[in-house]
Design a protein around this ligand. Structure first.
Ligand SMILES: Nc1ncnc2c1ncn2[C@@H]1O[C@H](COP(=O)(O)OP(=O)(O)O)[C@@H](O)[C@H]1O
Ligand SMILES: [Mg+2]
Length: 234
């Protein structure tokens, strides 16, 4: 099954009194059971593209289907609900709330969906344990290392069991060892045939975790590789 179908997406931004086209007819398919990486130099349009795939930003033209549903024709409110239910996000900045514990932070998507606090934080603790954070659930973000905070952000992205996990530079702020541990968690998730992981990165230390690498440059997808033939190309 296809997790996301991106069909001829263009995006223009208004800068002063001119329009700048930052995405040019982008087409791609993100498959279930796969870890797809979107790579390319800074400024080539990666964040813009995943923001459109997530429904956070509107496209100028083209269409996006997520999990068989047409995102493009949804109203804003529907998009928000769809995103909350089916997508998990992991950003480069962890965006944790400083006054909440690890478990409370990780429980946020369930709380937003109206799940009771007890059930939501129990579920969050269970996921935190699974990703090597047993014993850290009641700590505040400032009591955790960068790698541990990123794991809290991962738990938050997974707590509501989304089918599509989208990550923007998830290892950029991490040392090599922690980055590898984080990638192993994401790799495991993508092995589930009902889930897809899409990662924006330019960290070549993690390319080998991918099933597919989409190479982007100047607002276009210029190649679709496996990690093996991509490394040869580089
Ligand atoms: N809101 C915006 N208004 C104008 N230009 C933007 C806006 N957001 C991004 N851009 C421009 O679009 C291009 C792509 O940006 P971005 O998607 O953030 O690239 P990447 O994530 O690959 O570094 C860049 O040239 C950036 O300056
Ligand atoms: Mg970016």
């Amino acid at each position: 099954m296809i997790a996301a179908k991106i069909d001829t997406i263009t995006k223009d931004f208004e800068v002063g009194d001119t329009m700048i086209r930052v995405l040019h007819d982008v087409c791609a398919e993100i498959k279930m059971g796969e870890l797809t990486m979107l790579v390319g130099p800074s400024g080539c349009g990666k964040t813009t593209l995943i923001s459109i795939i997530s429904g956070i930003l509107s496209e100028t033209s083209g269409s996006i289907h997520l999990l068989g549903q047409k995102l493009t024709s949804m109203k804003d409110k529907q998009k928000v609900l769809f995103r909350r239910e089916h997508i998990g996000f992991i950003f480069q900045q962890y965006n944790l709330l400083p006054a909440l514990t690890a478990a409370e932070n990780a429980a946020m998507p369930l709380l937003a969906a109206g799940v009771s606090e007890k059930i939501a934080t129990d579920k969050a603790r269970e996921i935190l344990e699974k990703i090597g954070m047993a014993g850290q659930s009641e700590k505040l973000p400032r009591q955790l290392s960068g790698g541990q905070q990123q794991r809290v952000a991962i738990a938050r992205a997974l707590v509501h069991n989304p089918q599509l996990i989208i990550c923007d530079e998830p290892t950029a702020a991490l040392d090599a060892k922690t980055g590898k541990a984080v990638m192993e968690i994401l790799r495991n998730i993508a092995n589930d045939s009902n889930r897809a992981v899409l990662i924006v990165t330019h960290d070549n230390r993690i390319y080998h975790f991918a099933d597919r690498i989409l190479d982007m440059s100047d607002g276009r997808i210029t190649g679709d590789y496996t990690p093996e033939n991509f490394t040869h190309k580089e």
